[in-house]
Design a protein around this ligand. Structure first.
Ligand SMILES: [Zn+2]
Length: 282
């Protein structure tokens, strides 16, 4: 199957649109080099699928950060996605895991969604964690921010050989509210029959046909989804310079400075000679 693709579709006779994302290799790349416990990998994979769906709702160039903050073993988890469907993720743990449900991982807390257009104003939405899943929290987010009924389905399966995640979303179009609501209810009943195996194994076209063969569904061209960290030695150099002369001098005295990227786990080494060269830039 052609994974790591995002699809958008539209029901031609219904006031509802949808999105479908299937991920695999991009998740493997994201997890490479990180030694997260399994439930943490699963949550991150879910969060990536969700962010991909959210990013696809953007009507402009820009990016979305979806952050979860809580008082559980996972203190912080975040995924950044762009309208080019490039993502990266980070997680910070503060204690041993006590279970693998959403709430036993995160505890009480909130989700923060930050939408940053290349041009124009930044939008931030914050909502308390709702129910015991990322899905219920995201549905509450949509109800609050877009006020459009939205249904989400998220699936993950992380094995030693391969990581997989998938997301499926239906959203009412902001026209003819009454008809849209009835259409949405019909389509949700059909979507509720979706199985994880279907989500992982069927091509988008087959999957939509299996669910909605009595509907006229327009499927738009796929967009590739990829893991792109975006870190670089230049960015690390800029960060070091921003520490100021005194701090850099301390690191020169210590004999080195290593900067590890939280997202891709790559380490950038700066020797005293490298640091001395950066000092010249003041
Ligand atoms: Zn990186």
């Amino acid at each position: 199957m052609n994974a790591d693709q995002l699809y958008r579709f539209l029901f031609q006779q219904r006031n509802v649109r949808g999105e479908l994302v299937q991920l695999s290799a991009s998740l493997d790349q994201m997890l490479l080099g990180h030694d997260y416990p399994m439930p943490v990998k699963q949550l991150l994979a879910e969060l990536v699928a969700a962010t991909s769906l959210l990013t696809a709702t953007l009507k402009f160039d820009g990016d979305i950060a979806v952050q979860i903050q809580g008082n559980g073993p996972i203190r912080f988890a975040a995924v950044n996605g762009t309208n080019q469907q490039q993502f990266r993720a980070v997680v910070r743990l503060q204690a041993e895991l006590q279970g693998d449900s959403f709430r036993s991982l995160i505890g009480d807390g909130h989700m923060l969604v930050t939408i940053t257009p290349k041009q124009g104003e930044r939008y931030q939405g914050i909502i308390p964690l709702t129910g015991d899943s990322l899905t219920s929290t995201l549905e509450a987010y949509f109800a609050q921010s877009e006020q459009l009924p939205t249904r989400l389905y998220l699936y993950t399966d992380i094995s030693a050989q391969q990581a997989r995640a998938a997301g499926f979303m239906l959203q009412v179009l902001p026209v003819d509210a009454q008809k849209a609501k009835a259409d949405f209810a019909d389509l949700v009943i059909l979507s509720d029959t979706l199985t994880q195996a279907e989500m992982f194994e069927l091509e988008a076209e087959q999957l939509l046909y299996r669910l909605f063969h009595q509907e006229q569904v327009e499927l738009f061209p796929a967009q590739a989804v990829s893991f792109v960290c975006g870190c670089s030695r230049d960015k690390c150099s800029a960060a070091i310079i921003s520490l100021g002369k005194d701090v850099i001098a301390e690191h020169i005295a210590e004999g080195k400075l290593d900067i590890s990227c939280e997202y891709c786990n790559k380490t950038y080494h700066f020797s005293p000679a490298d640091l001395t060269e950066l000092m010249q830039q003041f």
